[in-house]
Design a binder for this molecule. Sequence first.
Ligand SMILES: Cc1cc2nc3c(=O)[nH]c(=O)nc-3n(C[C@H](O)[C@H](O)[C@H](O)COP(=O)(O)OP(=O)(O)OC[C@H]3O[C@@H](n4cnc5c(N)ncnc54)[C@H](O)[C@@H]3O)c2cc1C
Length: 451
Amino acid sequence: MVRELESDVVVVGAGLAGLVAARELERAGASVTVLEARDRVGGRLLSEPISDDEQVELGGQWVGPTQDRVLALADELGLETFPTHREGKNVLELGGKLRRYSGTIPRVGPLVLADIALARRRVDRMARRVDTEAPWKTPGAERLDSQTFEAWLRGGMRTRTARRLMMIAGRTVWGAEPAEMSLLHVLFYVRSGHGFDMLMDVEGGAQQDRIVGGSQLLASALAELLAGSLELDAPVERIAERDEGVVVDAGEVAVRARRAVVAIPPSLRARITFEPDLPPAHERLAERMVPGRLTKVTAVYSQPFWRDERLSGEALSDTGPATLTFDNSPPGGSPGVLVGFVGGADARRHAELGTSQRRRKVLDGFARLFGPRALQAERFIELDWGRERWSAGGPTSNMTPGGWTSVGTALREPAGRVHWAGTETAGEWSGYMDGAVRSGERAAAEVAAVL
Ligand SMILES: Cc1cc2nc3c(=O)[nH]c(=O)nc-3n(C[C@H](O)[C@H](O)[C@H](O)COP(=O)(O)OP(=O)(O)OC[C@H]3O[C@@H](n4cnc5c(N)ncnc54)[C@H](O)[C@@H]3O)c2cc1C
């Protein structure tokens, strides 16, 4: 028996974007039903308990300066932030050699440093011209969109080492290979995140702080505030325009509403049947904007032993499998937690290995960077977001070459009575929790204006 519900608005997806949209619409006086495919809220936010009262995040976690909307939300929900642990030296593993360094830029030769500095400046300069609300209107958009980021790196950077470092950073930031992304997309993303350094840095950057108790609290606390119905285990299969509204089918539930807000990653829109068909650009969007591939690995230790040797836990490695690591211990520093990222092609290769082999390879990598005590992990937790049916990848989705200029408008232009949210649709902090919040607020305002 299908249960039939009725409300002013139906929201598809109980990630941060969908939940914010629902809350804003309720504040505007609308009745809202939220349909979520999984048996939990939070989408790309997921916390895992590591002791009686401590959690680690397996998905999105950091917040930083200028991410005003997510910070305001945390504040409103009574959640506190704490700084990412960063005291001590960072480690760079390059070509089989280990070096220790301070700050974001590793100690490599002066030529390489100059090469990186120049590339960062050029990316920032080009990014400043991008219109983040409509990247296809950027001067020279067609030319920038027809190039891959890799082609630009090859043409614009002189040293192989500098190129390699940029590629490693890119695999974590986008979960993609530079060859898979349009240059215009990279510039859009850099502008959207307030500049290259802001994206990369811990202090003063996007990795500066974490939420006490884990970022998934943002979603679960929001869900508790909703007055309307939140249906879990309700994957939406069909959205049909009927009479003056929409009918949304999600297995055992069907919702009749005046408008729909679809707050899921763009590629997953293709799994829903729309009646009538979506306009052609909307249909092609799923092919052009593809989810990154990112696996997050976490090793839990009785103590953060690397701190004894004045190491920060932050490392960059060209050997991997985790090519970027951080100290992810809870605020009190116990237990000790190292987190690592395996991104892009590395993540696809890593997924081919068996469970115990993956664990061994990651811990061997940690041991090379931080010493043999890294092998004594009490717990090893991994999440390959590419294998998550209802995310299809992470941390975000990236436009392939030609994507922004051919189907960019479809990202958030409403299709009939269907409106779109989700971090990918944000102009500011796209790809981040902050972008998800902003997109939910924008979609809610759009719908409230027409109801
Ligand atoms: C490993 C990783 C690390 C990250 N690190 C950071 C970070 O440090 N800082 C940061 O700000 N961001 C980070 N992010 C990104 C951040 O998690 C996302 O930007 C944000 O959570 C996206 O929220 P959203 O609501 O737009 O989408 P989602 O969280 O993907 O929510 C979409 C929801 O829709 C549901 N859904 C999908 N299809 C259907 C359907 N057909 N019917 C019903 N429901 C459906 C999904 O189950 C999901 O709950 C990271 C992401 C990952 C994966």
